[in-house]
Unconditional design. Structure first.
Length: 127
């Protein structure tokens, strides 16, 4: 009776270790899927097409008016700001500077500000 067979205890112990390993592996896989989802949501929230549309409208404005302050250009500037606020719920602003020599070409510095409550985007472009 003093020599009992202990092989069954080792089988139960190895089964417990295998179950714990599978639990931790499942936990790690679950967390990695969650991180991938939040990263994808962050990419989707960035308003890339809205900013492209705004840039196109501003560059058309610069091509037509430059940095003048006549009443027509002020009306167009206010229209761009109001349309962005109405359609995209975004506060936008832009300034057009005087032409500067950049690599031998006269280019105007255009500063663009975009804010839709989630994303704030500022850019200075020489156009």
């Amino acid at each position: 009776m003093a020599c009992m067979n202990e092989d069954g205890q080792w089988i139960v112990l190895m089964g417990l270790l295998a179950a714990l390993a599978l639990f931790f592996l499942a936990l790690i896989i679950n967390q990695s899927a969650l991180v991938g989802q939040t990263t994808a949501e962050g990419v989707l929230e960035f308003p890339k097409s809205d900013i492209r549309d705004l840039r196109t409208a501003i560059f058309d404005y610069v091509d037509k008016f430059g940095n003048t302050v006549d009443p027509d250009s002020q009306a167009v500037r206010e229209d761009i700001t109001r349309i962005s606020l109405e359609r995209k719920n975004a506060v936008v602003g832009f300034t057009v500077g005087t032409p500067q020599d950049v690599s031998g070409r006269p280019l105007r510095p255009v500063t663009i500000h975009y804010y839709n409550g989630v994303t704030e985007y500022d850019e200075t472009v020489y156009y």
